[in-house]
Ligand binder design. Structure first.
Ligand SMILES: Nc1ncnc2c1ncn2[C@@H]1O[C@H](COP(=O)(O)OP(=O)(O)OP(=O)(O)O)[C@@H](O)[C@H]1O
Ligand SMILES: [Mg+2]
Length: 445
């Protein structure tokens, strides 16, 4: 028997033990088509061709749903029936695509025999995922030894499929891909850029991870001012000629604010108008995300094709809103739109900003959040002196006062966005605090 012609990839779930054992797989949800967000860490799949040959209608339905996921937006995915045999017949006269998913409901021997036949028509370089209905380590090993990249056992969820594809295309050794976090305001002037810049600062200085802020508010963006940077063209140049943008040019266009934080600043001038196409924005984001683990996108309060695409395609979304009626209506529309466009993703994170402004009537936080049907949110209080001083000095609020409540919120949000646990301050024991109080440590007690 010939080995399959496709390449073997390292599998992240290596089974242990003898034949007959079950392959450890994440528990599936009861309904195969149920949307789940467990694959939310899955990263986008490159512009590849994917062809699936199913035997079960429910699997075909599930894969068709997965094909609609934002992370597969660039890939071209086709789903058809007929299983391994149909695939073998189909590719006798055609070259195989980048990735093939083959479902088999046959017994083990028939499945392996069919796969061996398929190997004769499969081009080198094509990755193969087999979807089966038998959870068995021995079978898994036989498939891996034939060069199959992954063996998935039904029932599966869209989230699990996204996770497997992401692992296959974003494994170690491949080009790293950073996470994109889009910050949008429910209404102009609600403080979205302020929240965005301060959170990015916390990612850089508190979580200590590399981050780039990309300011998409080309005529009016304030990232340059907020970080006290001399105006440079930055992102304006990149969006005007996206094809020229590579790592070298990116380095020239970025302003470095600190060891971990760089800025893709907006020109902030009105000499010319900018109407970047979605493709140019995508190219800029792609180039940046190949160079840093976190890309923070400051999106202006517009709803153009490119702005919408940036938000929908982001790995995480932060919506900032002030507790009033117009913000509530817009935040609700944004969340509903995101629920529809990103059914397999976590909901956006809501930041209620400028809460408690003296004399301003407000919708209560509980009424606001229950109307939006979201579980978690962060509250940043109104503090004219703190935020005003920071804005005028070209500093972040954390640099003005580390004790301000807002700083805790930005740290909390930064850790949440980086999927990291915030280190809890070690609590002193009663004895330690007494020793400290009376300075008895010096006495050796
Ligand atoms: N919690 C707060 N307390 C007091 N002032 C704040 C607070 N948050 C933001 N501000 C101030 O509100 C103003 C508007 O903030 P910012 O520019 O971040 O809003 P935006 O939503 O990005 O606006 P735009 O629609 O122009 O993009 C700024 O002067 C900022 O300093
Ligand atoms: Mg803004």
């Amino acid at each position: 028997m010939n080995d399959l012609a496709y390449d073997t990839q390292p599998l992240d779930a290596q089974p242990e033990g003898d034949g007959g054992q079950a392959i450890p797989q994440p528990a599936a949800q009861p309904s195969m088509a149920a949307a789940d967000t467990r694959g939310y860490k899955a990263l986008p799949i490159p512009r590849i061709n994917i062809q699936a040959f199913c035997e079960d209608d429910r699997t075909a339905q599930l894969l068709s749903e997965a094909a609609q996921d934002r992370r597969l937006a660039r890939a071209h995915t086709t789903v058809q029936m007929g299983g391994i045999q149909a695939a073998t017949a189909f590719y006798r006269d055609a070259s195989t695509p980048n990735l093939i998913l083959l479902e088999s409901m046959r017994d083990q021997d028939t499945m392996l025999a069919e796969l061996d036949q398929f190997s004769e028509v499969c081009d080198a370089g094509t990755k193969v995922i087999v979807i089966g209905h038998v959870n068995d380590v021995l079978l898994y090993r036989q498939l891996v030894s034939r060069g199959v990249s992954e063996y998935l056992v039904m029932p599966l969820t869209v989230g699990q499929i996204m996770e497997s594809l992401s692992n296959l295309y974003n494994e170690s050794g491949a080009e790293p891909i950073g996470r994109v976090i889009a910050f949008v305001g429910a209404k102009g002037g609600c403080g979205s850029s302020t929240i965005c810049h301060n959170t990015a600062w916390s990612i850089a200085e508190v979580v200590r991870s590399e981050v780039v802020i990309t300011d998409f508010d080309l005529p009016f963006g304030t990232a340059g001012l907020d970080f006290n940077q001399d105006p440079i063209q930055g992102i304006g140049d990149a969006l005007l000629s996206p094809d020229r943008l590579d790592e070298v040019l990116l380095d020239r266009l970025l302003s470095r604010c600190s060891d971990h934080l760089s800025l893709f600043a907006a020109p902030g001038t009105l000499e010319r108008t900018y109407d970047p196409g979605p493709a140019a924005c995508e190219k800029v984001i792609d180039t940046v995300r190949r160079n840093v683990p976190f890309v923070v996108a400051d999106i202006p309060h517009v709803w153009t094709e490119w702005a919408q695409r940036l938000v929908v395609q982001a790995d995480q979304i932060v919506i900032t809103a002030i507790p009033d009626l117009a913000n509530l209506r817009n935040a609700k529309n944004l969340i509903d739109r995101m629920k529809a466009a990103r059914p397999n993703d976590k909901l956006p994170i809501l930041v209620l900003n400028q809460v408690g402004m003296p004399k301003r009537p407000e919708i209560s936080i509980s009424d606001f959040t229950s109307a939006l049907e979201i579980q978690s949110h962060l509250v940043v209080e109104f503090d004219a002196e703190l935020f005003g001083t920071a804005a005028n000095n070209g500093q972040m609020v954390q640099e003005i006062s580390t004790k301000a409540k807002a700083c805790e919120r930005f740290t909390e949000l930064a850790f949440q966005l980086c999927d990291r646990d915030e280190p809890k301050a070690e609590k002193q024991s009663v004895l330690e605090s007494l020793l400290g109080q009376f300075n008895l440590k010096k006495l050796g007690l």
